[in-house]
Design a protein around this ligand. Structure first.
Ligand SMILES: Cc1cc2nc3c(=O)[nH]c(=O)nc-3n(C[C@H](O)[C@H](O)[C@H](O)COP(=O)(O)OP(=O)(O)OC[C@H]3O[C@@H](n4cnc5c(N)ncnc54)[C@H](O)[C@@H]3O)c2cc1C
Length: 437
């Protein structure tokens, strides 16, 4: 008998809250979902910045399985969808392997990583998570278990990668892994004067690096966009695997008192980060592979920003639009405090509603205020007119009209195939209702 529990859901950016229901299931009782006369939506750890795994009109389904097996001959893992990427990384590192693509939070699940087709610092070399998914075992109460891969049931496979849970519950997946060259990542950096300089970096050979990303200060009017680029490579020697302590960033809504520090903290961390990197420009840093991806250091940052709700805008800007985009930011961002500006480099193909395409991938963080909301509306219009892709799962602010215009034919095709596959559209979320998926 399935236990349905009431639950309050909150998006990671703290801007959307709703009350609905949740069921925790194992593989053994999954068929009981057939008896439920309600819409459903699969839920991972609920770490999407926008509310993707809950809806007032659907019951959230959380799988509890936690299984992983490494197949050394096939260089792949068979992993249940509730397994977190941090845990999987620890498991793999102990055996000398790792995943190609990792996000910034260790508790992101395999299910969430596939359904959002996530990317990481290694976007320049490996692209998105979906590139390494070999096959998926899916469950849909009306259809039972469905297996899909690039070779069989390919349409369903493509719809499920970056499909935001619309095709059913991912139960397990086979994911490609790679042998670790070293347990340590070494980082070198380079100073840059403004955002525009990234254009020539994009065109250089970045696939020599394990990861490349840049950080910029958009609050210094005189030197708008000054910052640093970080280049990551594995150390030459294998080194030692240390005992890894769990890292996490709390997903509980922080106390309101953190709001009081927002502006001071924002200024402090941007100034500190700039001068720290300026003073250590020629120092090569070496850090364990796990900690280079899953740092604990972001906790205060998210306490401050989540206490009053924040906005993340993440976009892929085609390289021929980059200069125009930089000018737009410089002109329109005045009087707004930008807490974070980080860029990565994407060379993947555009497909359906995924955050994939060719160009510079830029992420911006603001506190949610009337001014920042107005700026974001203007930015969305700019993106609509310049073929700039917006990230759906990081952004609670985007309007349906912008999504339809930005994704264009890919949006139409995604909806068409989704309705062909599941006429009753059993799986819905707060996000899918908003975008009429
Ligand atoms: C601090 C922080 C850093 C982050 N860094 C990055 C980053 O570097 N790169 C990046 O791309 N993202 C990043 N993210 C975003 C995050 O990776 C994605 O939003 C991810 O989808 C969250 O996974 P989750 O397990 O919490 O899934 P949820 O947020 O619960 O769900 C996300 C989507 O996946 C679907 N889903 C979840 N499980 C299943 C399943 N079993 N079957 C079918 N569908 C399922 C849900 O229905 C929903 O549509 C970050 C998030 C945080 C909080």
């Amino acid at each position: 008998m399935l236990k349905i529990k009431k639950k309050k859901f909150i998006s990671f950016d703290s801007t959307i809250e709703l009350s609905s229901k949740e069921i925790k299931i194992t593989k053994n009782d999954i068929h009981d979902l057939k008896q439920i006369k309600s819409n459903l939506i699969a839920r991972g750890s609920g770490l999407s910045y926008s509310l993707l795994s809950a809806s007032e009109e659907a019951i959230s389904i959380k799988l509890k399985q936690k299984e992983i097996t490494l197949n050394i001959n096939k260089k792949s893992i068979l992993i249940s969808s509730d397994y977190c990427l941090g845990e999987a990384t620890k498991y793999l590192m102990e055996r000398g392997y790792c995943l190609h693509v990792l996000p910034g939070h260790p508790n992101v699940t395999i299910g969430g990583a596939i359904a959002c087709d996530i990317h990481g610092k290694s976007q320049n070399k490996y692209g998105n998570f979906g590139n390494y998914v070999k096959s998926i075992k899916l469950y849909h109460p009306d259809k039972g278990y469905l297996a899909c891969s690039k070779d069989s049931n390919c349409e369903l496979f493509e719809l499920t990668i970056g499909g935001y849970g619309m095709t059913g519950i991912i139960v397990e997946a086979e994911v490609e892994v790679k042998k670790l060259n070293s347990f340590d990542i070494k980082t070198t950096k380079q100073q840059i004067n403004n955002l525009s300089e990234l254009k020539s970096i994009y065109k250089s050979k970045l696939d020599n690096y394990e990861g490349v990303y840049s950080w910029h200060d958009l609050n210094d009017i005189k030197k708008f966009g000054k910052g640093f680029i970080f280049y990551e490579k594995f150390n030459n020697k294998l080194g030692k695997n240390i005992r890894i302590k769990n890292t996490s960033i709390s997903d509980k809504k922080p106390h309101k008192i953190w709001k009081l520090f927002a502006y001071i903290y924002g200024k402090f961390q941007n100034t500190f980060f700039y001068y720290y990197n300026y003073l250590t420009l020629y120092r090569e840093q070496s850090i364990n592979f796990y900690y280079s991806n899953f740092s604990n250091k972001k906790q205060i940052y998210f306490n401050v920003l989540r206490s009053s709700g924040f906005i993340e805008k993440q976009m892929i800007v085609p390289i021929d639009k980059w200069e125009k985009y930089c000018k737009f930011l410089e002109t329109n961002i005045k009087n707004l405090y930008c807490f974070l500006c980080v860029c990565k480099f994407s060379y993947t193909k555009k497909k359906f509603l995924r955050f994939s395409g060719q160009g510079i991938s830029i992420a911006l963080n603001f506190k949610k205020t009337q001014k920042s909301v107005e700026f974001c509306k203007k930015l969305d219009k700019f993106c609509e007119n310049n073929e700039i892709l917006l990230c759906i799962y990081k952004d609670s602010q985007i309007q349906s009209s912008a999504i339809k215009k930005i994704f264009g034919k890919e949006y139409i095709q995604f909806c068409k195939l989704l309705h062909k596959y599941d006429k009753s559209r059993l799986f819905i979320s707060n996000m899918s209702k908003k975008f009429n998926l």
